[in-house]
Design a protein around this ligand. Structure first.
Ligand code: TXA
Ligand code: MG
Length: 334
């Protein structure tokens, strides 16, 4: 199959939506990462997503919607707390896990009695979802275990020949996936850190949100799998006063054992690494998040075999950055 990258003009948006409505699979942009979508009500198309990605089928998909009415189509109980969160953060980078309606096929939810629902804010995505007219089940549009795609070319690199269209919305504004909050139980639980910070959620909910570290419990089903991995070995630094010294020492050790490493650092820190190879990750942690997955892919394409990521503080978007770095490094903290 030929894979075409399409600009998001009205004609192409219609073409992609038509494909979804007739039971096909299409990649589309969101403000977080690109998604690989199919109609949530077409089990055959949904199963095709799992096949194309090589995704384990016990890992449920998020359902993408364009309106509150569509949320009510798939979620059984939209609680007052859920409504509060919807009005504060949707459209945006929040996924809410709620009790599902029986019309949602088992292959979407991996047999769970809940469904994850998200309403993206990206302009092209909103037009595309509105044109689809059905909720769209979609995981990130990467091959399983690879870093999530933050531009159309990443999707093309992973899925060329396997899907007909990639709707090109340019570079994703956030660059890390949505925050996943389970509101199906008595107390809201954070299942995955992401584009909306836990501090913002707590401000709106008016209460402390349980996290995996506070409950010691497993996160969402997908988080147990190997994730976000480039070919290069990833290491990341804890965040502390003189992490630069530690990073330099680790870099030099890798070089002396014949490796070819690159350091991911904020622009303002680049000079602290002397002549060592660095990728500048922008002015702040929002930039760092936006460029993270792209930098992991870039390291592979430029034949670096090791990546050392600077540590970040755990507040705000930092929590999501740390989560993705723990995953992609397999926990190799220096
Ligand atoms: O930003 C995002 O969320 C992106 C864009 C495309 O929307 N999507 C995304 O999908 O990251 P994916 O499939 O790569 O990650 C979805 C995560 C998985 O870890 C899955 O286990 C979890 O969401 N999930 C989905 N439905 C769930 C449910 N009902 N209960 C608990 N976890 C759920
Ligand atoms: Mg994913």
């Amino acid at each position: 199959m030929e894979t075409r990258i399409l600009q998001p003009n009205p004609e192409n948006i219609r073409l992609c939506a038509q494909r979804i409505k007739s039971g096909g699979v299409v990649a589309f942009p969101t403000e977080t990462v690109y998604g690989l979508g199919a109609s949530a009500f077409e089990p055959r198309a949904v199963r095709e997503i799992f096949r194309i990605k090589g995704r384990p089928n016990d890992n449920p998909l998020i359902v993408h919607v364009s309106s509150l009415e569509q949320i009510r189509e798939v979620a059984d109980l939209v609680s007052p707390l859920a409504l509060k969160l919807i009005s504060a953060f949707m459209p945006g980078a929040l996924t809410l896990v709620m009790k599902r309606k029986s019309c949602v096929p088992d292959c979407v939810t991996a047999g769970l009695d809940t469904v994850g629902v998200r309403m993206p804010s990206n302009e092209a995505c909103r037009k595309f979802l509105a044109e689809c007219g059905v909720p769209v089940a979609a995981p990130s549009a990467n091959t399983s275990t690879r870093p999530s795609p933050t531009c159309a070319e990443h999707v093309y690199d992973d899925l060329r020949g396997k899907i007909p269209y990639v709707l090109d919305g340019g570079e994703c504004e956030i660059g890390l996936e949505s925050t996943i909050l389970d509101v199906s139980g008595v107390a809201p639980k954070l299942l995955r850190a992401g584009g909306i910070s836990i501090e913002e959620l707590e401000r709106v909910c008016g209460l402390k949100i349980q996290t995996a570290s506070s409950t010691g419990k497993a996160l969402c089903p997908g988080m147990k799998y190997k994730h976000y991995s480039p070919k290069a070995e990833v290491y990341f630094s804890a965040y502390y006063g003189n992490m630069f010294g530690g990073i330099n020492a680790h870099y030099d050790l890798l070089v002396s054992s014949g490796k070819n490493p690159v350091i991911l650092c904020l622009d303002k820190n680049a000079s602290l690494y002397g002549a060592r190879k660095v990728y500048r990750m922008g002015a702040d942690y929002g930039d760092y998040a936006r460029m993270l997955f792209a930098s992991l892919r870039r390291a592979d394409s430029q034949n670096y075999d090791s990546v050392i990521a600077e540590g970040v503080p755990s507040e705000g978007i930092g929590a999501a950055i740390i989560n993705r770095l723990v995953k992609s490094s397999g926990g190799k903290i220096i």
